[in-house]
Design a binder for this molecule. Structure first.
Ligand code: ADP
Length: 351
């Protein structure tokens, strides 16, 4: 598809260049031809005058000058224009213009093909990215859907299904449905991030309020897992999209809780330095292996597969977090020591 589009674009480039080039050649030929026609006309007129004896010959002219006592003239001989020569000059100009146009056709064909490739490359990358997104998303959706379907099918085939068993199956189905809903929310989020929507309006955001909100929202979950959340907050106001900034804090805090053992401590810090708002979320959890660090912000990437598999998630949280940070021209970094701790550091410009 890419190659076909590239050839089509090259053909369009060529068409435009050749129209311009042929137009120029036409104008050049028209100008030169006018000049030849004028010379031919003058030449014909001179020949006619010579024939009719209206013009003195050179000898007659010199004699006339001698009689008048004038010195002989220094004579500049004007070339005579042979009609055949003019015709062959015309042909030569046509050939030269033809060759120039052929060279332009070849050169612009090559340049056009190269430029079309460069123009289409980002579009191709976007299409590839979208295809990958759809493939990954369908793959992720298939697993919980298959589990849901087989569970329902087995239940339907069971003729002696008791009410208690049915309730248990429904509970499990509900769990899958909730997980699928969160997956579809995340997918929607990823496909919309970066696009200007009504929700993406920059205004003043209190990073501190976002942290307080996130702690309030996820506090129960942390409590259930006996995890203590320590806040070290400096009031920070920045220009950003309020919902997105708060969502970023929730993602990081949610991960810290998910990947921390009971009785550990999570520390959230906010501060202002050099015109930047800094948010750090540190935990004393499972940590991330060095080899996984470059990939954790990729879509659907889950590090430590064996350990993450008991933790709910689809590997989309951090890619959403990264998109939010980029929307605000900020940076997000991670430092981790396997089995010990992980710290996410977000820097966002205040204005
Ligand atoms: P999810 O948590 O749904 O798997 P994320 O995109 O949020 O997806 O995270 C990607 C991966 O990065 C996780 O699967 C996990 O392996 C790793 N990770 C993220 N945050 C932490 C953390 N605080 N501690 C340890 N590992 C983490």
């Amino acid at each position: 598809m890419f190659e076909k589009a590239r050839l089509k674009l090259t053909a369009w480039y060529l068409l435009i260049i050749m129209i311009v080039s042929l137009l120029f050649s036409g104008v050049i030929y028209y100008g030169v031809n006018q000049e030849f026609t004028r010379i031919e006309r003058i030449e014909k007129q001179r020949q006619q005058e010579e024939k009719e004896g209206m013009l003195p010959t050179l000898q007659q002219f010199q004699q006339q000058l001698q009689q008048r006592g004038s010195s002989p003239l220094r004579i500049v001989i004007r070339p005579r224009y042979d009609p055949q020569m003019i015709q062959s000059s015309r042909m030569r100009i046509i050939t030269i213009l033809g060759l120039v146009n052929l060279a332009i056709l070849l050169l612009s064909g090559l340049a056009g093909y190269f430029l079309a490739g460069r123009t289409l490359r980002p579009i191709q990358a976007m299409v590839d990215e979208q295809n990958r997104f759809i493939t990954d998303a369908s793959h992720e959706l298939r697993t919980p859907l298959t589990a849901l379907r087989s569970e329902i099918e087995v239940a339907l085939r069971n003729k002696t299904l008791t009410l208690a068993q049915a309730k248990k199956i429904l509970e499990s189905n509900l769990e899958e449905a909730v997980s699928l809903q969160s997956l579809s929310d995340n997918l929607l989020e990823l496909s919309q991030n970066g696009r200007p929507t009504n929700r993406n309006v920059f205004s003043s955001v209190s990073l501190t309020d976002c942290v307080e909100g996130a702690v309030k929202k996820l506090g129960k979950l942390a409590e259930k897992r006996q995890i203590r959340i320590r806040k070290n907050l400096q009031a920070v106001l920045l220009q950003g999209i309020p919902d997105r900034i708060c969502e970023l804090v929730i993602i990081l805090l949610d991960n810290a809780i998910k990947y921390s053992p009971p009785k550990s401590t999570i520390t959230i810090t906010t501060k202002k330095t050099d015109g930047k708002a800094i948010l750090t979320v540190s935990d004393q959890g499972i940590g991330i292996e060095k080899k996984d660090l470059p990939h954790i912000f990729d879509r659907f990437y889950r590090a430590n597969k064996s350990r993450s598999k008991d933790t709910p998630g689809y590997g989309l949280g951090l890619s959403i977090a990264k998109k939010i940070v980029h929307m605000h021209n900020g940076t997000i970094n991670v430092e981790s020591s396997l089995g010990k701790e992980t710290t996410f550091i977000v820097q966002l410009p205040i204005t």
